[in-house]
Design a binder for this molecule. Structure first.
Ligand SMILES: [Zn+2]
Length: 281
């Protein structure tokens, strides 16, 4: 099984950005729990979890009209923890994995400790600001607030390590500093081709998540026109670009900042620097 760095926190805490940047910078595998939602719902259905069955029976509109306690139950927050643990146990032993998601709980980390764990807890003001940016409907807004309360309560009750996020500090840098020793220890991807393969894997997980959604019997049509953000798969350790593509047309190994003139210039600069330092394959 793999070694893992766990990154938890409520929706809007910035986990995805932190995990993606660090994974690209250090050549790590990224496990993003949000890309497994439908696979996990299928497992919960197979196990006969009543809240999972209720979720599938309701139309999306009826679902979101439910009281927040019911929204929270149907989110399978606790049921998904052991599923995440199973997923992570099944990953290859190298490189080091950074696993992130709201469903990563102190209880999960107790069961599968990994190398380190950290929760990002936004201040109440920042949380409201981030949720407002998403322009959520009342149902998702109530659910996300509830998840934020639950995560904070669980983390504080268990004495788990956390970073208070106020929006003023650079969260990527703060986590990088906190985990410096673990990030340096690796194991890291061996070179550009392995980094590209990891990015492809992360992009394939995004496509699989959309496919899982559109395969639901109640899902709307729209797979042909749906778009998502993908990681630039160039494999440069300094690249932070995200590329918007139609999921029906994307090649997960292809999205690249080099599709733009500015991107070409940045890539050429990075290649020159690599050639000079002998890094890269
Ligand atoms: Zn790139």
């Amino acid at each position: 099984m793999t070694d893992v760095l766990w990154l938890g926190g409520p929706p809007g805490a910035g986990k995805s950005t932190v995990a993606e940047r660090l994974a690209r910078r250090y050549g790590l595998r990224r496990y993003h729990a949000d890309t497994r939602t439908w696979a996990h719902r299928d497992r919960a259905l197979a196990a006969g979890v009543p809240a999972a069955e209720r979720f599938e029976r309701l139309s999306p509109a009826d679902r979101w009209a439910a009281p927040v306690d019911e929204l929270y139950a149907m989110a399978l927050h606790h049921e998904r923890g052991p599923m995440v643990a199973d997923d992570v146990r099944a990953l290859p032993p190298a490189p080091l994995t950074i696993a992130e998601g709201t469903v990563i709980t102190p209880r999960l980390v107790d069961a599968l400790p990994g190398r380190a764990a950290l929760w990002l807890l936004p201040t109440p003001e920042l949380l409201e600001e981030r949720l407002a940016e998403r322009e959520l409907a009342p149902g998702p807004l109530a659910l996300y607030r509830r998840l934020a309360e639950v995560v904070e309560t669980e983390v504080r009750a268990s004495g788990a390590p956390f970073l208070r996020i106020d929006g003023a500090t650079d969260t990527v840098r703060a986590v990088e500093d906190r985990w410096a020793r673990h990030l340096a220890a690796g194991p890291h991807a061996a070179g550009r081709e392995e980094r590209r393969a990891l990015l492809r894997e992360a992009n394939e997980a995004v496509v699989a998540q959309y496919d899982g959604f559109f395969a639901r019997p109640w899902a709307p049509d729209g797979r042909d026109t749906a778009e998502a953000d993908f990681s630039c798969a160039c494999g440069d350790t300094a690249c932070t670009d995200r590329v918007r593509r139609r999921i029906a047309a994307v090649d997960p190994a292809e999205p690249s900042h080099r599709d733009t003139q500015a991107g070409w210039e940045a890539a050429a600069g990075a290649l020159r620097a690599e050639t000079e330092t002998g890094e890269g394959t």
